[in-house]
Design a binder for this molecule. Structure first.
Ligand code: ZN
Length: 608
């Protein structure tokens, strides 16, 4: 029987009302000897069985992905959330990764890509968007990571928030322990903004561990490099917004807390990052120093420090660049610090208009890999598509999708320039957003367009209309500045990017989109209710992987387990933790590392 014929048979059987159970014919025994489908099973489930059986019908039967050997780690039962501690999270994450077989990994290098706010809906919409740009219907297209062999789901909540923020989520990925929203790489025992508590609860990060393991380290992002995601790599802060010294409270300063930019440069972990590329220039220069790209802007530091000079002092031969021309001319055999904007870098869509010119995320990724791969002990690199999140907050799906494609380009570069024999590549998101993908658009309908297909599940080819006879778009947001009531800055009706509204007037019904170009880059999707900034979502995000250790990336996993999937799969990292007596008898790092034991000096000696 052909697959098509089987499918027909299954559908026909499924629609036979008086047949309660369905048993596959004996000929289907190659993968599963006996599969009984209940009548209540949905067609999608049946379809996946068909795919499975289709694959197994080839002779000889294909084996599944390599199974990694499971290692058992005991984890104490606790009460949630009262019993949770950083040490408990660390051990629980280690147990999950070990059970998945991460200890089988033999990775030399690790590259972790984060799509900030890249929900599964964003991935699906971006895949279609790119496929349609290439002239196809889009739905069958794949982003760079969607062909990777390993996939799983990540639970993103923070210890104090059902829907998380980027600081708490990246801290979980960076340290192996979940923590609160708003803090960077400190345990949950310290409240947000509590300087004294934070100084007592720092957590060792993956990048710090790599540095003390004689590996090279790098961070690449399109946001400011002191923003939550990159900030969690080499800094420990009670407040993600302490990006420069002027942003610290009097009390925090008096209690000895240090801003994120200064921590990134003065880190006590060997010499810190070898490559750092992104925005956030203002946080590295004194207020008296004029910005080189924008005459009306200056540094933000009140302490007079020039952190770029300090970094160069720590990295003899290290090159600093702030525009595309300098970036392209930088030597490939020297450490590299690139700060391309005073704040965040441009959205990929707006990048061609940048005054001084900026490299793309893919170009920065290539530059980082070129330099880091010179270290024969390997490297750990973070690459963040950081502004997918910002475009979503701004209620503008166009820029969010274009930035997602820029991340896909960067992943493709990494996939092509590294070997799956020695480099583990992971792609995930820190948290979701409220982007919705709705209606019944027909196959190939423009993803940013109005729904053309049907108003119900019947396909008509006409513009679908809502209950008041008005067309609607496939993509929309549950909340945000795309709300169509009048705001303090734009009249009632569809909003145009950029729009940060407040003092909204309730919308009277919905706008008529018949003559509105919803595919225009500045069109803002409708939001169900108004907020000045669209919010994050609390649903799971995806994780994709290839390379040594990737077979352990599967199932439904807490976000902090990502750290353990990486560390356990990278012998150099896990052995460093075992050397500090943090491993159990089977060699799994299970005890929470004390940062002071890895970097006895509190901070690097003062530089110029
Ligand atoms: Zn956000």
């Amino acid at each position: 029987m052909t697959i098509a014929a089987r499918r027909g048979a299954v559908r026909a059987r499924n629609h036979t009302a008086n047949a309660p159970r369905y048993t596959w014919p004996v000929a289907m025994h190659c993968c599963y000897p006996h599969i009984t489908l209940r009548k209540s099973m949905r067609l999608t489930t049946i379809a996946s069985f068909i795919l499975l059986l289709g694959a197994c019908s080839a002779q000889p039967p294909r084996t599944t992905a390599p199974t990694a050997a499971s290692v058992s780690v005991e984890v104490q039962e606790i009460r949630h959330p009262e019993g949770e501690t950083a040490a408990w999270w660390f051990r629980a994450g280690a147990a999950k990764a070990a059970a998945h077989g991460a200890m089988d990994g033999r990775a030399k290098n690790v590259i972790i890509f984060i799509g900030d706010g890249m929900s599964l809906t964003t991935v699906a919409a971006a895949r279609i968007f790119e496929g349609q740009r290439l002239g196809g219907p889009g739905e069958n297209h794949s982003l760079a990571w969607e062909t990777f062999p390993a996939t799983g789901l990540i639970r993103t909540y923070n210890t104090d928030m059902q829907t998380p923020d980027s600081a708490g989520t990246m801290s979980a990925i960076a340290t192996g322990a979940k923590t609160r929203a708003g803090v960077l790489s400190i345990g949950q025992s310290a409240a947000r903004g509590d300087c004294v508590g934070a100084r007592a609860a720092p957590l060792l990060t993956l990048w710090e561990l790599a540095s003390v393991s004689d590996m090279a380290t790098g961070v690449v992002t399109t946001t400011g490099v002191t923003h939550a995601t990159p900030g969690a790599t080499f800094s420990h802060s009670a407040e993600r917004n302490w990006e420069n010294d002027a942003e610290l409270s009097e009390q925090a300063r008096a209690e000895g807390c240090i801003d994120i930019a200064r921590q990134l440069v003065q880190t006590a972990y060997v010499r810190g990052f070898d490559v750092l590329l992104g925005g956030g220039r203002q946080h590295f220069f004194p207020a008296a120093q004029r910005d080189p790209e924008y005459d009306d802007q200056a540094g933000a530091r009140e302490d007079g420090l020039d952190l770029v000079k300090q970094w160069q002092h720590r990295h003899p031969g290290g090159v600093y660049v702030w525009n595309r021309t300098q970036f392209e001319a930088a030597p490939a055999d020297a450490p590299l610090l690139g700060l391309f904007e005073p704040g965040h870098m441009q959205y990929e869509y707006d990048r061609p208009n940048d005054r001084a010119g900026e490299p793309s995320l893919a170009e920065m990724t290539r530059a980082a890999i070129t330099r880091l791969s010179r270290n024969r002990n390997g490297y750990v690199l973070l690459v963040e598509g950081g502004r997918i999140d910002h475009a979503h907050h701004g209620g503008n799906a166009y820029r969010a999708l274009v930035d997602t494609l820029a991340l896909s380009d960067a992943v493709r570069v990494a996939d092509q320039t590294t070997s799956a024999e020695d480099t583990l590549i992971l792609i995930t998101a820190d948290h979701s957003h409220t982007l919705n993908f709705v209606g019944y658009p027909m196959r190939g309908n423009p993803i940013l367009g109005k729904v053309r297909g049907g108003s119900g599940e019947q396909l008509s080819g006409e513009l679908a209309t809502d209950g008041i006879d008005l067309p609607y778009t496939t993509l929309g947001y549950a909340n945000g500045p795309g709300y169509t009531g009048a705001s303090n800055s734009q009249p009632a009706g569809p909003k145009t990017y950029p729009h940060t509204g407040r003092d909204y007037t309730p919308a009277k019904g919905r706008p008529d989109l018949s003559d509105v170009d919803t595919e225009a880059p500045n069109y803002m999707q409708e939001a169900m209710f108004p907020t000045s900034s669209e919010t994050h979502g609390g649903d799971d995000v995806g994780i994709w992987a290839r390379g040594p250790g990737s077979a352990a990336v599967r199932g439904s996993v807490e976000q902090n387990a990502i750290f353990h999937l990486i560390v356990q799969a990278t012998p150099r990292l896990r052995e460093r933790l075992c050397a500090a007596k943090l491993c159990n008898p089977t060699g799994v790092p299970v005890e929470l590392p004390k940062p002071v034991e890895f970097a006895p000096a509190a901070m690097s000696p003062a530089a110029p």
